[in-house]
Design a protein around this ligand. Structure first.
Ligand SMILES: [Zn+2]
Length: 197
């Protein structure tokens, strides 16, 4: 269940809109990502946020047993636009029973994963409405990369968003907090260390 803290975080994020020119500033190098001040350039991946429905870490799965959850579940209406958190390159197209239709985008030492998308990956290309992405294709920060769907193991429309740093899963909520902190919404607190930064 989402906490009050999560809701406050979301309000802060949604109120911290960046100019389009900044959102579309292009791909970021790993050197850029290593500078904590650059976190403000990251984009919250779901335009029509409803609530956080499952946090990163352990949780009770459908079978009733404890299982790891390597991402953050962000509920949004079916068909909601999904934007790339950071500029990078499409590393992998996913089609399986868990993630469903998904994308992995690499940005330097980071990989960001988007699951339960609408659309399909037929013929080695992910397509959803006007979106058409293939492996190796460059995407800009904030670029439309897909839409919220119901593919894979999901009980309702949401984006499962995962972030890996050098192969290790991060709590995406920490990334979001770093983004908020770097935008000056809490100047007395330094941006938290994320992924070794
Ligand atoms: Zn999830």
């Amino acid at each position: 269940m989402p906490s009050v803290c999560f809701k406050a975080l979301c309000v802060a994020l949604l109120s911290a809109q960046l100019p389009l020119a900044v959102l579309l500033a292009g791909s970021a190098s790993s050197q850029q990502l290593s500078s904590s001040g650059r976190w403000r350039l990251g984009v919250f991946p779901v335009a029509s946020f409803v609530r956080f429905t499952s946090h990163y870490g352990s949780r009770i799965g459908p079978s009733g047993s404890v299982e790891p959850h390597d991402g953050l579940d962000i509920a949004a209406p079916l068909g909601s636009a999904i934007h790339s958190w950071w500029g990078g390159v499409v590393q992998e197209l996913i089609t399986d029973g868990s993630c469903g239709v998904g994308l992995v985008i690499r940005s330097g030492s980071y990989e960001h994963v988007y699951c339960h998308l609408a659309g399909s990956t037929w013929g080695g290309t992910y397509r959803s409405g006007p979106v058409s992405l293939s492996q190796g294709q460059a995407v800009a920060t904030g670029q439309l990369i897909g839409h919220v769907g119901l593919s894979g193991r999901t009980s309702g429309p949401h984006l499962h968003w995962g972030v890996r740093y050098r192969g290790q899963w991060l709590d995406p909520a920490r990334v979001l907090r770093a983004m908020v902190a770097s935008r000056g919404t809490s100047k007395r607190q330094p941006a938290p260390r994320v992924g070794g930064i």
